[in-house]
Design a protein around this ligand. Structure first.
Ligand code: EPU
Length: 451
């Protein structure tokens, strides 16, 4: 037996309170941004997750001293003595995360060259990096792809440029931001991603001395500056984790208060949650509550009893319904009466996990067609990217193998909602993006044990 297996005794509602910390998809990028400053940065509320460890390791290899600050979750990053690392050392992190690609611009600015290992991240489709490379070349970088990784240089420096992304990619937008802030001249980025995590990264960069304007219609303009300094920043809370626990409350007919969850970043999710029949209450820390003092705000999610209703949905870039909210929510939709539709338009292969749900008694059929909403990039390209979920289905226990981070959490929710004992293999993958999920499960009264 391996200890990467969790026995989940399901069928009982989850009840209680947990807390989410800084968003994984901001924290890791803010850590890379620290490399651009000449003085130390402090990042607060950093969750203890694997992606943070990977970036910490890569920063350390490049001479950034990373230490824990006085506060719980505080990271101090001192980039005073940035230095080159060998490709062998860097390659230790090959395949572990997608964040290393974002080191390109900062390392080119600090060292004049960069080596980027083979990327990792979740296996949810081909996940190309063509937008990143095209953008870097436009800034003046020379990109040399080799079997061991990618070597970059900028013999004539990096210069502002006009770019238009073919699709509002989060990573490519971050790549442009992290490169343009210290490139000479003005950069204009069209069709940029405007996810809250991007706006928070812009806040970090502005604190460092950058000049960035977010115009209407996905246009971002960056005026390069020669030097940046360190920042102090508390990241936006993790809205993907918050929604994952909300879906768990719904699927198990329970009630979970997610401290730290922020309404403004979750509006689209909250509308859907309500349409399905879930209830929530925003406990905003800024609004006094009679008889309650000194309590952190958040959002309480619960199943009000009775039946849930089916919905037709499609995932999209912000302000649409996030692709990372899709998998946990589909588990809750197996409990809704009628036919729900989920059209995944961000990733071409993010519905594979539904097979595991079907093995537990769900009825989910996936299609190549764009079902509902607008035709997307994947229609007629042979990708099964739409799902019809028929419910309600009584879920039963099964042996499950976790394929990727978000699908993994959905497997976990399904096992918690199902009658009987499921064995979930590969649960350590969940630690990539969910801090102390086992501690949180225990706090919510889940019956789980390591095998
Ligand atoms: N794309 C390209 N070429 C590129 C870059 C992207 O074709 O060069 C395509 C992708 O294949 C995909 C679409 O553009 O179809 C969107 O990808 P995007 O670049 O926006 O995604 P990402 O930056 O790689 C981040 C998050 C993902 C999240 C997406 C969408 C991080 C570390 N990852 O990925 O989060 O799903 O944005 O919001 O920030 C997760 O947390 O589990 C996760 C997968």
């Amino acid at each position: 037996m391996t200890d990467d297996v969790l026995a989940v005794h399901g069928g009982a509602p989850l009840h209680g309170q947990i807390r989410v910390r800084g968003a994984k998809n901001l924290v890791s990028k803010a850590m890379v941004a620290a490399l651009l400053g000449e003085t130390p940065s402090r990042l607060f509320d950093v969750p203890a997750i694997r992606d943070v460890e990977v970036v910490r390791g890569l920063l350390g290899l490049h001479g950034v001293k990373v230490s824990d600050g006085a506060d719980d979750g505080e990271l101090v990053m001192d980039p005073t003595n940035v230095e080159s690392a060998s490709s062998d050392e860097i390659n230790v992190h090959a395949g572990s995360s997608r964040i290393p690609i974002l080191f390109c611009g900062p390392l080119l600015h600090r060292l004049g060259h960069a080596f980027i290992p083979d990327l990792g991240g979740c296996h949810i489709g081909p996940r190309p990096i063509d937008f990143h490379i095209q953008a870097l070349r436009q800034f003046g970088a020379i990109v040399d792809k080799t079997p061991e990784g990618m070597h970059l240089t900028a013999p004539n420096g990096l210069h502002g440029t006009k770019l238009e992304l073919p699709y509002p990619s989060v990573g490519a937008t971050e790549q442009v931001l992290l490169t343009a802030v210290r490139a000479e001249g003005v950069t204009e980025l069209r069709n940029a991603a405007i996810e809250p995590e991007i706006i928070d990264l812009i806040c970090v960069l502005q604190k460092m001395g950058a000049i960035i304007t977010v115009h209407t219609d996905r246009v971002i303009e960056i005026l390069g500056v020669p030097k940046l300094h360190g920042y102090h920043h508390k990241p936006i809370p993790d809205r993907i984790e918050a929604a994952s626990w909300a879906a768990a409350a719904l699927a198990t007919r329970g009630e979970i208060e997610v401290l730290g969850a922020q309404q403004a970043d979750m509006m689209t999710f909250l509308n859907v949650f309500r349409s399905i029949g879930g209830q929530f209450e925003v406990t905003d820390a800024r609004v006094p509550r009679p008889g309650v003092t000194g309590v952190e705000g958040g959002i309480k999610f619960w199943h009000p009893g009775g039946e849930l209703q089916a919905v037709a949905l499609e995932t999209d870039v912000h302000p649409g319904f996030m692709t990372d909210w899709q998998q946990p929510l589909v588990v809750a939709l197996t409990q809704a009466r009628g036919l729900s539709i989920m059209h995944e338009t961000v990733y071409e292969q993010r519905l594979g996990y539904t097979e595991a749900l079907n093995s537990m008694g769900a009825t989910i059929q996936v299609y190549r067609d764009c079902l509902g909403g607008t035709p997307c990039r994947f229609g007629r390209r042979n990708f099964k990217h739409s799902a019809v979920i028929a419910g309600p289905s009584k879920l039963h226990a099964a042996d499950l193998v976790i394929p990727d981070l978000r699908a993994g959490f959905s497997h976990l929710i399904a096992a918690l909602a199902a009658e009987g004992t499921s064995r979930v293999y590969g649960v350590d993958l969940i630690n990539r993006g969910y801090e102390d999920f086992e501690g949180k499960l225990a706090a919510l009264g889940a019956h789980v044990e390591r095998l």
